[in-house]
Design a binder for this molecule. Structure first.
Ligand SMILES: *[C@@H]1O[C@H](CO)[C@@H](O)[C@H](O)[C@H]1NC(C)=O
Ligand SMILES: *[C@@H]1O[C@H](CO)[C@@H](O)[C@H](O)[C@H]1NC(C)=O
Ligand SMILES: *[C@@H]1O[C@H](CO)[C@@H](O)[C@H](O)[C@H]1NC(C)=O
Ligand SMILES: *[C@@H]1O[C@H](CO)[C@@H](O)[C@H](O)[C@H]1NC(C)=O
Length: 267
């Protein structure tokens, strides 16, 4: 750990000691409602006066088995996620840092956090995701990566998050999606890849995502789509294809036949 981080840690210890006797940490723990899970969880809220400018930053203080959530409030001074979090909060279920200044997600940010169900990192500047970043998160259900600067995602990034129900990738800079990127997400219900620059998708992209219910693909540059790409989804309710080159409409189940015809004739 570099010197600046050590200095910061001492300051943080002081603040924490002053405000929260039992938790030697920055921020404050409180019961917080998480709507995706419809659950209250004992959550550590990190106030916006804190900062992390160091890669390799470690949160100070004792291990807490009772903390189930970690929430960084909107804060431009959070540039990195802490490492070795599993040694501090081994039972994390929710981890959120929306509207901060994160630029990368790495394996060491999430090592062994196998109880995580929600990861929420919307509205950051994430451009780099290590291929194995989510490797240990086999129980993850909700992954929010919208409003970032993601232009490339490795084929294998989502290989092990096989319980994922919802994935948001809207408002990024994706221009192509590998055919295999969603291949292990057989439990996926909702996906949004809207507001990117994706040009084409074929029958392979959603081949194993037969449980999909809601799909948002609006405002891309689709000029090539397959008219059979949604055929095996028995519970599909909605597909948004507005603002694309070959199609500009959204469809509920009653109009899926019409959607198929439109894709066949125009895409
Ligand atoms: C992000 O946080 C800033 C304050 O830090 C706020 O002004 C802005 O509205 C927030 N943006 C979003 C998208 O939440
Ligand atoms: C992760 O968990 C495994 C198995 O419980 C353990 O052997 C390993 O040391 C842990 N790694 C870290 C970085 O805590
Ligand atoms: C996920 O996908 C890869 C191939 O991309 C495969 O090797 C692996 O066994 C799959 N399943 C799990 C649970 O990781
Ligand atoms: C999927 O999206 C619909 C419509 O917004 C919502 O009602 C449903 O709860 C979502 N499902 C999941 C698993 O997020």
């Amino acid at each position: 750990m570099r010197l600046s981080a050590v200095v910061k840690l001492l300051v943080i210890l002081e603040v924490a000691k002053l405000n929260f006797c039992e938790e030697i940490m920055f921020g404050s723990p409180e019961e917080t409602y998480w709507s995706s899970l419809d659950m209250y969880l004992w959550t550590f809220n990190v106030e916006p006066d804190q900062s992390i400018f160091d890669d390799n930053f470690e949160i100070s203080g004792d291990k807490s088995e009772s903390v189930k959530g970690l929430y960084f409030k909107p804060n431009n001074n959070i540039k990195f996620l802490p490492v070795k979090l599993n040694e501090k909060f081994p039972n994390l279920v929710v981890y959120a840092a929306n509207n901060c200044s994160l630029s990368s997600l790495k394996y060491e940010h999430f090592t062994n956090l196998s109880k995580l169900q929600i990861l929420s990192f919307g509205t950051n500047q994430i451009s780099s995701i290590e291929q194995d970043a989510f490797k240990d998160l086999t129980y993850l259900k909700f992954l929010f990566l919208n409003h970032n600067e993601i232009a490339n995602i490795d084929d294998h990034t989502f290989d092990t998050v096989t319980n994922l129900r919802l994935l948001t990738l809207y408002n990024n800079q994706l221009s192509a999606l590998s055919e295999n990127i969603f291949i292990n997400l057989s439990q996926l219900r909702n996906i949004s890849i809207s507001d990117n620059n994706i040009q084409s998708m074929n029958d392979n992209h959603f081949k194993n995502n037969r449980k999909l219910e809601w799909i948002w693909m609006h405002n891309n540059e689709f000029s090539i789509l397959s008219s059979t790409m949604f055929d095996k989804m028995k519970n599909l309710k909605f597909v948004d294809l507005k603002e694309n080159l070959c199609i500009n409409d959204y469809y509920f189940a009653a109009r899926f036949l019409e959607m198929k015809e439109k894709i066949k004739s125009s895409c």
